[in-house]
Design a protein around this ligand. Structure first.
Ligand code: ZN
Ligand code: ZN
Length: 249
């Protein structure tokens, strides 16, 4: 399974970073986790057809995590898609999402594919999609609105994406994480509803986490300085996420 960082910035975006979203690609299809800027152009850069994107999982409905959806749908229509697209959101957000799709007049583009809104209950962990050799589940984050993190298990390997959150006990209790993609909105400054790199380093159980990639980053934060102050055994496990890089799980 390949995991691509489609964007790595916090809500304010960055000079060289787009808002944070991910593409999870297995042998048969792709899942987009949130949709930030220019999804069509980025899929082209990755040489992935929009047809391969079978589902979109929204971790929450803050603008920086969803605003690329109209463009993605527009591109799927231009590509003459006929396969349904599943969009996952919290059940409380369903009505709002359906209204947004109505306002976009999605059904009036004469699209030939069905947009299916699927819901999860954000407060409790649940499996939302499965394939032959993978299982994707969501679990509650600690953010200012209903928000989930995403866990992907592929052939026994575990990827966890924190989404927007304070340090999260739900992640800490996972016994083995091969790749943790975690938000670090600041380097050491405390910020409500988000995590700093310093907090992240001090909170998680590092014997259970193989490697960490930082996303949801903010320009001009002293990440490298904080990294340099961490014990070597933690520091070596942490990578600063870069745009359009792919990690194989
Ligand atoms: Zn965000
Ligand atoms: Zn948010």
């Amino acid at each position: 399974m390949d995991i691509t960082l489609m964007g790595t910035a916090s809500a304010a975006s960055g000079a060289g970073r787009d808002n944070t979203y991910l593409l999870l690609q297995n042998d048969t299809d792709c899942t987009m986790v949130d949709v930030g800027g220019n999804p069509l152009g980025k899929l082209k850069q990755l040489q992935i057809s929009s047809h391969q994107v079978k589902r979109v999982v929204f971790t929450h409905l803050h603008i920086d995590h969803i605003y690329g959806l109209p463009s993605l749908l527009w591109g799927m229509w231009l590509d003459q898609r006929t396969e349904p697209l599943d969009i996952y959101c919290d059940e409380e957000g369903r009505e709002w999402l359906e209204q947004w799709l109505d306002h976009l007049k999605v059904t009036q583009w004469a699209i030939r594919f069905e947009v299916r809104v699927m819901t999860y209950t954000w407060e409790k962990p649940s499996v939302i999609a499965e394939g032959k050799d993978w299982t994707m589940s969501v679990f509650p984050s600690r953010h200012s609105v209903p928000t989930v993190g995403v866990k992907m298990v592929h052939e026994g390997k575990v990827m966890v994406y924190s989404s927007d959150t304070m340090v999260n006990p739900e992640i800490k209790k996972i016994s083995n994480i091969d790749l943790l993609i975690h938000e670090a909105t600041t380097a050491h400054k405390k910020l409500e509803f988000h995590t700093s790199l310093k907090e992240l380093a001090g909170f998680y159980n590092w014997s259970a986490v193989e490697r960490v990639t930082l996303v949801h980053m903010t320009d001009n934060e002293p990440y490298m300085e904080v990294l340099g102050q961490l014990p070597e055994e933690i520091h070596r496990k942490i990578t600063v996420g870069q745009e359009l890089t792919t990690v194989t799980l």
